[in-house]
Design a protein around this ligand. Structure first.
Ligand code: NAD
Ligand code: UD1
Length: 337
């Protein structure tokens, strides 16, 4: 049985991917320092699948710790989610982002190389497209970054390309996520942001559950149909499924490949609020406020490359994404606590 090491496997996307990997028959080793997650997520994944996970509470910057883990397990591929991800925070503490995301990844790659493990799937982001000149976005669009978080994604992509060019034993897949939302159908695992959510969907659901008074909509004067920002929201289970396919196909793909993971549909903030209200029957008070600095008007994916090369396509529509988010939020108003 093939073993996948998942860094950041206790987090939002990592826990869903771990669940799907177990269901697909992989052995899973999770490495997570639990800085932004709870071990409870993995206990629930074990309960849902009836399978066990090998867990190490280890930081990806800990070379000795990682070396020991790779010595204990014959790891075939790594899926690398671990890292910091808050754009605003990255402007305040950039060194922490460079240390954890970039140094952490270099450290992980070095340990993998020493252990003879040459396969890595990496969590990149649509943020690497900066402010795109047009939509939908294909993988060959120019890349740029406007904040330290985005720069870490861009730099890590470049580091992985250099490594792949240096030695053709490396097989790498860069997955550029659009906007992941939703939760597993069981309502047992989902997104559990610490403090005030930065992203739209967790904010809406915390307003609906009564934890926050109202949503602030960041601007209604964008050049979009209703003036609010348009994004490509994708169900976290679809996103996770793409990781399973990437691990299954990484050897056949060879070298380094880059894929957009989105649905190809864009929804505005107001459409998200209206659909949420319709699907859940809850009220979501909101007010229009200033634009958030750094936000772009619209962004959605052309995901046809992932369809061609990975045989992957998103299957969940917006209603399901919202229903599943709400099941998780309403059953777990305080997340995993
Ligand atoms: P998350 O915070 O829920 O998961 C990240 C996990 O990594 C957490 O469990 C955290 O404890 C762990 N971690 C952080 N730093 C670590 C370190 N130094 N050593 C070991 N573990 C560490 O985030 P997520 O939403 O699941 O995102 C996963 C990945 O996907 C991240 O790399 C993120 O940048 C990327 N991404 C996320 C989104 C999104 O909207 N959620 C979009 C694009 C890309
Ligand atoms: C954010 C990140 C981006 C990351 C992406 C996916 C920022 C500036 N960018 O982008 O790097 O790749 O998530 O995780 O954080 N909105 C509101 N009110 C809110 C929250 C959001 O109106 O309280 C609006 C935003 O202006 C945007 C849309 O909702 O139009 C989606 O916002 P968000 O969920 O933060 O995602 P992105 O802006 O795409």
């Amino acid at each position: 049985m093939s073993t996948v090491l998942v860094t950041g496997g206790a987090g939002f996307i990592g826990s869903h991917t771990t669940l799907l990997l177990l269901e697909a028959g992989f052995e899973v080793v999770v490495v997570d320092n639990l800085s932004n997650s709870s071990i409870e997520s993995l206990h629930r994944v074990e309960a849902l699948t009836g399978k066990s996970i090998t867990f190490y509470q280890t930081d990806i910057r800990d070379k000795a710790g990682l070396t020991e883990i790779f010595a204990k397990h014959k790891v075939d591929s790594v899926i690398h989610f671990a890292g910091l991800k808050a754009v605003g925070e990255s402007n305040e503490i950039p060194l922490e982002y460079y240390d954890q995301n970039i140094y952490g990844t270099v450290n992980l790659l070095k340990v993998m190389e020493s252990a003879g493990c040459y396969r890595m799937v990496f969590s990149s982001s649509a943020t690497v497209y900066g402010d795109p000149a047009s939509v939908p976005i294909t993988e060959d669009f120019p890349t740029s970054a406007t904040n330290p978080y985005g720069r870490t994604k861009l730099f890590i992509e470049e580091i992985m390309k250099d490594l792949s060019a240096s030695n053709d034993r490396w097989n790498m897949v860069l997955l550029r996520y659009f906007n992941p939302i939703g939760a597993h159908k069981s309502g047992q695992i989902g997104e559990d942001p610490q403090g005030i959510p930065n992203n739209l969907m967790p904010f809406i659901s915390q307003v609906a559950v009564g934890k926050r008074e109202k949503l602030s909509i960041f601007g209604n004067d964008y050049p979009t149909p209703d003036g609010t920002g348009v994004r490509d929201y994708i169900h976290v289970v679809d996103l996770s499924d793409a990781h399973v396919k990437a691990v299954q196909k990484i050897g056949a793909l060879g070298g380094i490949s880059t894929f957009n993971l989105g649905t190809g549909n864009g929804y505005s903030v107001l459409q998200m609020v209206e659909t949420f209200i319709k699907e859940t029957g809850k009220s979501v008070p909101y007010e229009i406020v200033e634009r958030r600095p750094g936000d772009i008007a619209e962004c959605w994916a052309d995901a046809s490359l992932a369809k061609d090369k990975l045989g992957w396509t998103a299957v969940h529509g917006l209603s399901e994404m919202i229903e599943d988010t709400w099941r998780w939020q309403s059953q777990n108003p305080d997340g995993f606590k």
